[in-house]
Design a protein around this ligand. Structure first.
Ligand SMILES: Cc1cc2nc3c(=O)[nH]c(=O)nc-3n(C[C@H](O)[C@H](O)[C@H](O)COP(=O)(O)OP(=O)(O)OC[C@H]3O[C@@H](n4cnc5c(N)ncnc54)[C@H](O)[C@@H]3O)c2cc1C
Length: 415
């Protein structure tokens, strides 16, 4: 039996603590907040999409960075295992569109209370309001490692020694939940390499002023393409949203994880196809039909069947067509401009929103520093890492929490 310390009472830390305690260890969990799982509480818009009920192949396809590093962790604790784990501690779950798994109650708080119950049942000593400030190592006589973990120092200067320490303190996003990158900085101080932190799954700022007029407009079934210096780097179909600063919504959030990996983010253009089911010719015919129906109306009053209300003045303005022109006076050339605008509605990327609006943090502890079969540091003996602080990230759909559960489980098993 080892005396194990887990730092961080988020998804990965709670899973690691329960697992280590199930294995018969004496486990103490330190969380700096007054309660556990503050970030978990806001996941999935308060419903917590806790995993994706799909096979490993699909999960690997949705991991964007360092998927190979995840092989052992995911194969030893896959999404079925996650569901079984939660069911075994009394949580009812359901599967929705896209295999997204949620608690049957639609309440993320039930996921947290299930984990709290598991911590209690397995005898983990949970210490809330305990801010760990420093990790201290000692020299090691074991040639395999440079150092060995020794003790932690708390906010109140108390020093506590442990046999093994699991750090699960998260990334940098939504700092108000407690994740402020502490563990990553501490690992750097111990000589471990890290990868620069970037906001991931995050909305875009847009240069064009007119986006402000579109604020609140949600577009479904549109296609979004991103081009860097005229080369396509991302294309997908789905739902997006205009905001006071730019664009957000599922399509944009997913695109951000691809865009933030581009070496140069200059000259990035976004093209929205508002009518992806129609070719240019089909759209022109459709416009002509509407013009025929509205033949006595002016151009500005002829687009209501084709476009959402908020978009009409913007498109009219961009088209350069006189809004008061009668529709039967609109020329073929002008119609071409209109169809082009609808098929290629162009926006200019001017940066990402910050970490406080980012669902995840990209970057973190370099995976080469961690043994993927155990989650132990390769340099510091008895020091383990799990969760978002490691340089692994995925698309939305329950995959990021799956990463936290799998790496947390493996760290807990390894101690
Ligand atoms: C708005 C939002 C919605 C999301 N929705 C989903 C979703 O539906 N599905 C999904 O898969 N993923 C989702 N995610 C991502 C997912 O929440 C994270 O990837 C996951 O919570 C990371 O877990 P973690 O345990 O590694 O870190 P965290 O959850 O960040 O936990 C780290 C914990 O460590 C504590 N801590 C930090 N430093 C110290 C210290 N020095 N001493 C003591 N304690 C410390 C923090 O207070 C915190 O409680 C969402 C994220 C956000 C922001």
């Amino acid at each position: 039996m080892s005396n194990v310390c887990v730092i961080g009472g988020g998804a990965a830390g709670m899973m690691a603590a329960v697992t280590a305690a199930e294995g018969g260890n004496k486990v103490t969990l330190f969380e700096k907040n007054e309660k556990l799982g503050k970030k978990l509480y806001i996941t999935g818009k308060g419903r917590c999409n806790l995993t994706n009920a799909s096979d490993e192949e699909n999960i690997f396809n949705n991991i964007l960075k360092n998927k190979k590093f995840m092989y052992s962790a995911l194969y030893s604790f896959n999404s079925d295992n996650v569901c079984d784990f939660f069911k075994s501690y009394g949580l009812e779950i359901k599967v929705e569109r896209g295999n997204r798994v949620f608690p049957a109650s639609d309440k993320s708080s039930d996921v947290i209370s299930t984990l709290a119950r598991a911590l209690n049942k397995t005898g983990v000593d949970v210490r809330l309001n305990n801010h760990v400030r420093t990790l201290v190592c000692k020299e090691n006589d074991n040639e395999k490692y440079e150092k060995k973990i020794d003790y932690i120092i708390l906010d109140n200067k108390e020093k506590i020694s442990f046999d093994k320490i699991i750090v699960a303190t998260g990334g940098l996003s939504y700092q108000s939940t407690g994740s402020d990158g502490w563990g990553i900085k501490e690992a750097e101080k111990l000589g471990l390499k890290t990868v620069d932190l970037l906001p991931g799954l995050v909305p875009f700022n847009i240069k064009e002023e007119f986006v402000k007029d579109l604020q609140g407009l949600s577009l479904r079934n549109v296609s979004l393409e991103i081009k860097s210096n005229n080369k396509s780097v991302y294309k997908d179909f789905g739902e997006m949203l205009f905001t006071h600063f730019g664009i957000s919504g599922p399509l944009v959030i997913s695109a951000s994880s691809v865009v933030n990996r581009l070496k140069s983010k200059g000259n990035l253009k976004i093209f929205i196809d508002l009518k992806p089911a129609l070719s240019m010719e089909e759209l022109d015919k459709r416009i002509l039909r509407d013009f025929d129906e509205f033949k006595n109306k002016s151009f500005k009053n002829s687009l209501e069947k084709l476009l959402p209300k908020k978009l009409i003045p913007v498109i009219i303005n961009l088209s350069g067509i006189n809004p008061d022109k009668k529709v039967n006076e609109v020329s073929k050339k002008e119609r071409n401009t209109l169809t082009s605008l609808m098929k290629n509605f162009e926006l200019t990327f001017s940066g990402f929103r910050g970490f406080n609006e980012a669902i995840i943090t990209c970057g973190g502890i370099n995976v080469n520093e961690i043994n993927p079969a155990t989650m132990e540091s390769k340099k510091v003996e008895n020091l383990f890492f799990c969760g978002e602080m490691i340089d692994v990230d995925a698309f939305t759909g329950g995959y990021n929490l799956q990463i936290a559960w799998s790496t947390g489980r493996l760290a807990g098993l390894s101690v």
